[in-house]
Design a binder for this molecule. Structure first.
Ligand SMILES: Cc1cc2nc3c(=O)[nH]c(=O)nc-3n(C[C@H](O)[C@H](O)[C@H](O)COP(=O)(O)OP(=O)(O)OC[C@H]3O[C@@H](n4cnc5c(N)ncnc54)[C@H](O)[C@@H]3O)c2cc1C
Length: 400
């Protein structure tokens, strides 16, 4: 096939085949956190030089000036390798594009190219102990002071805050307004006086999550993104950018093919596991689901090709991919016997069945399973909205 997209895919494949092995798989084995992060920065720099980093961003900010489809295609090919992409995925997919939409020009020129090259890293400070799915309930306080704002309070589940140079943050600037109306959005230097980052220890010892405390943190007003009290809209826009990060199931492994391989090499009740009726039924079910997901993926690609945004049915993909990853992990562990009890500390949920079972983060971050079901009920099936008892009430009213 000689259409431009197939040629682009072929060029990406060739480039990855020549470069990715030195930064992925075995090359990462035995590395400390700091060494793996250094490798990730080097990979990001290499992509930026080759025009494969931040493909849709304008070239003047360090991007490649390409299309959404090219971004999806490159991402699909890149995910076939076990590259250290996790440190930069939030930084480049959410904070950077929203910063470029709203920040003053001199700030964009100062921070964007270095971010694309992987020299600067951003985090996203949205969730709080009492505000996750219902983001508009957040309580971090922003008070106007001379020349800017003073922030006090706490964020939680902030990925990579411990290594972030910059962050985007939403805070409550007016609690006398209804909850969605009193929020303001900023970008801030994570080394500002008054910020304390504390790691959260996870079951599988992943080192991504943190709590972040704000104690009289000053943010100049020119670092406000959007209107005063207009922050909720900017926050939703930030999350919508993430929803468009569509790829096929390559980034959500372990693959069904690996499960079949495992079943072919395992024994169950004295027979090859692949001959077992229950194992075969599970394989068939996952296969059928993945065919359906491919159809949704194809229609998202067609929407991109026509310059449109994919529809809310994308929620089905995340729901099924997240669930299947854990279910397939559990089924694989059954076949693995005592080996299934061993957690390889260097494994990743995309290529290791034990970690895939143990790590439910895909079913929580970016919208929990239940919230995705709500989206499907309301926006795909047209069912009535959830009851919202605090709708329109001031945030500081006792009933809110
Ligand atoms: C790996 C990981 C990385 C993350 N990184 C970041 C980050 O970088 N920055 C950031 O700001 N946040 C981050 N988060 C936080 C994430 O956005 C929240 O965990 C998520 O929004 C859910 O919020 P919550 O944990 O407060 O759960 P809650 O919203 O308190 O939900 C608890 C339970 O109640 C259910 N529930 C809630 N509301 C409804 C409803 N209306 N109908 C039905 N059921 C409902 C949920 O589905 C869930 O089962 C991360 C989370 C994870 C797991």
């Amino acid at each position: 096939m000689n259409d431009p997209l197939s040629l682009y895919r072929e060029r990406a494949r060739q480039w990855l085949a020549n470069t990715a092995p030195k930064y992925s798989g075995q090359a990462r084995h035995g590395l400390s956190f700091e060494q793996d992060l250094r490798l990730a920065r080097a990979w990001q720099m290499l992509k930026a030089q080759a025009g494969f980093a931040c493909i849709t961003l304008p070239a003047r900010y360090g991007g490649a000036g390409g299309t959404e489809l090219e971004k999806v295609v490159f991402s699909e090919e890149e995910m076939r390798y076990d590259l250290p992409l996790n440190y930069f995925s939030i930084s480049l997919n959410n904070p950077l594009p929203i910063f470029l939409r709203y920040a003053p020009e001199h700030w964009k020129q100062r921070l964007a190219p270095a971010t694309v090259r992987g020299e600067l890293l951003w985090c996203q400070l949205f969730s709080e102990p009492a505000a996750g799915s219902d983001l508009a309930s957040l309580r971090l306080k922003a008070e106007p002071v001379e020349g800017g704002w003073q922030l006090n309070g706490q964020k939680v589940w902030t990925s990579w805050a411990q290594i972030a140079d910059w962050g985007v943050v939403v805070a409550r600037s007016d609690s006398s307004l209804p909850k969605h109306a009193g929020l303001t959005y900023f970008f801030l230097d994570m080394k500002s006086p008054g910020i304390t980052v504390q790691p959260i220890r996870r079951l599988g010892d992943e080192k991504d999550l943190n709590e972040v405390f704000f104690n009289d943190v000053f943010i100049p007003d020119e670092q406000r993104l959007g209107e005063i009290n207009g922050g909720f809209r900017v926050a939703v826009e930030t999350l919508m950018i993430e929803r468009y990060a569509v790829t096929d199931e390559s980034g959500y492994g372990p693959t069904l093919e690996r499960f079949i391989e495992l079943a072919a090499n395992s024994r169950l009740n004295g027979m090859p596991a692949l001959a077992d009726g229950e194992v075969r039924a599970r394989i068939a079910q996952v296969f059928v689901e993945r065919q359906g997901l491919r159809a949704i993926h194809r229609s998202a690609l067609e929407a991109f090709a026509q310059g449109k945004a994919p529809g809310p049915e994308g929620a089905i993909r995340k729901l099924l991919l997240g669930r299947t990853r854990q279910q397939l992990g559990a089924a694989a562990m059954d076949l693995m016997g005592s080996q299934g009890l061993r957690l390889d500390p260097e494994s990743h949920a995309v290529n290791d069945f034990v970690r895939a079972w143990l790590d439910p983060s895909l079913r929580i971050a970016g919208g929990t399973d239940e919230l995705l079901l709500n989206t499907l009920a309301e926006r795909v099936l047209g069912m009535p909205q959830d009851h919202r008892p605090d709708k329109g009430l001031p945030f500081n009213s006792p009933a809110s």
